[in-house]
Design a protein around this ligand. Structure first.
Ligand code: DLL
Length: 441
């Protein structure tokens, strides 16, 4: 646990964020009963309740969530587009969607009250990570079906700070906005932040000319080393926030000034951490798949949504005073886990290995193929400009060093290709770091 806070400890809604454990359980139980009564009208749940003889009246405590059925992405697809809608269409004020990197997109919907709750939840993690009403924030998330842009936008408005809705991409324009409008807060995906940090350095703007002080990153996995790399390049404090469109969007959890895990907003969600194979709870501190039940959503409340995100839960008290359970970084997804020659590998582990090696940039692409009977994994890694200009000296050692670190962390022997600076694709939204060619062969 971090001993020191990195910024002042502030709470947006102190009462809700510091509920005593008993009061929190009581509130969750009351809200769970209400949401179960609401979803009993949704055909998907009505049928399961009838088939599995689940009587909503039997749901009394927050632990009773375990008697309820799971909901999966496949269920959302089968009930496409709006089979889970729990209110009449005329109460919906907004639609969003999943990022849709695999298969058909899935939609979610919000009532006016849902949007208000969502704004508050985003306001809470933003304030926990330093946002104050006098700040200006540059949002470099896509505005659109993706929940990142609008979710953060409404959260910032709720705090009363100013917004530059830059949206994703157009890096040079982002830099111009940073110079001319002097935002203190940057909001984007961590991979785009890396790209921006690189562009800022190249433009020589990291000489104290910019006003940036805080950054809130989310939407995709990143590592502690990546945080250190960005904070080395830019004089900012980076905070992690987590969410998913099916649960509400950003605002499910976020870090406080101690940055020792993301506080889950338990007055609005019940979280479980389960073994993805047995669906039994894992012990606190052990990795498992996060499963969320939305307690207060009106338009699109899902019961026990299986996120496929692997993380750990921590319940030790946090010095910030928030009483909620915290989640670790997402270490991978129970379904994007790569199985290479029988070894389970998460892309984030490869990233961790790369960041241990000086001279390489954290831009990489993992490619898995099966030319014969055996899987082959190759990792293309970008060199830093300084390393690249050192000509070929030490290239072989550098490759060996990277391969060694990858092996130390994953147990895998990978082929390492060093590529020149800026040769790998950059992403304004979520990065695509893995190409698995085996599925195609
Ligand atoms: O990415 C919501 C969001 C937007 C969260 C902006 C934070 C900031 P989806 O497009 O539905 O929603 O994708 C959700 O992204 O299941 C995780 O796998 C991943 N993800 C989101 N935040 C984090 C994070 C948004 N901080 C999926 N760390 C989730 C790791 C994250 N993974």
């Amino acid at each position: 646990m971090n001993a020191e806070p990195v910024t002042e400890n502030r709470l947006f809604n102190p009462e809700a964020e510091t509920l005593a454990p008993d009061a929190l359980r009581a509130l969750q139980a009351e809200r769970l009963r209400a949401v179960v009564a609401r979803v009993a009208q949704v055909p998907f749940y009505r049928e399961i309740f009838a088939r599995e003889k689940i009587d909503p009246a039997d749901i009394r405590t927050s632990d009773d969530v375990r008697r309820l059925p799971f909901t999966t992405k496949a269920d959302l697809r089968e009930n496409y587009p709006l089979g889970f809608l729990a209110v009449p269409r005329d109460r919906v004020v907004r639609y969003h969607g999943s990022s849709g990197t695999t298969g058909k997109p899935t939609f979610v919907a919000y009532t006016r009250n849902d949007v208000q709750v969502w704004s508050e939840l985003c306001a809470r993690f933003l304030v926990a990570g330093g946002l104050q009403p006098h700040h200006t924030c540059q949002i470099a998330f896509g505005y659109g079906l993706f929940t990142g842009g609008f979710g953060l936008h409404y959260g910032i408005e709720r705090v009363g700070a100013a917004i530059i809705p830059a949206a994703g991409g157009q890096t040079q324009r982002q830099l111009m906005l940073m110079q001319d409008l002097k935002p203190e807060v940057l909001i984007c995906t961590p991979s785009y932040a890396l790209h921006l940090a690189e562009a800022i350095r190249e433009a020589g703007l990291n000489d104290g000319r910019l006003a940036l002080r805080y950054a809130h990153f989310g939407g995709e996995p990143w590592t502690e080393d990546m945080r250190a790399a960005i904070e080395k390049d830019l004089p900012i404090l980076c905070f992690n926030n987590y969410g998913l469109s099916e649960v509400i969007g950003p605002g499910v959890s976020g870090e406080c000034a101690w940055r020792n895990g993301m506080h889950i907003q338990e007055d609005h969600f019940i979280v479980e951490c389960l073994d993805p194979a047995t669906l039994e709870p894992v012990a606190d501190g052990e990795p498992g798949e996060l499963v969320f039940t939305a307690l207060t959503k009106e338009a699109f409340p899902l019961l026990r949504y299986r996120t496929r995100d692997m993380a750990r839960l921590y319940r030790e008290p946090c010095p910030c005073g928030r009483t909620t359970v915290r989640m670790s970084r997402v270490t991978g997804r129970s379904d994007d886990m790569l199985v290479i020659r029988g070894v389970n590998v998460y892309p984030s582990q490869i990233e961790e290995a790369l960041l241990r090696v000086d001279g390489v940039a954290p831009h990489y692409l993992i490619e898995v193929s099966r030319p014969g009977a055996l899987d082959r994994v190759s990792v293309s890694v970008e060199m830093r400009p300084e390393t690249f200009s050192d000509r070929m000296i030490g290239m072989q050692q550098l490759r060996q060093r990277i391969a060694h670190e990858i092996h130390a962390i994953t147990g895998l022997h990978a082929e390492v290709n060093l590529v020149g600076p800026k040769t790998l694709e950059r992403f304004a939204g979520k990065a695509v770091r893995v190409k698995d060619h085996r599925a195609l062969s």
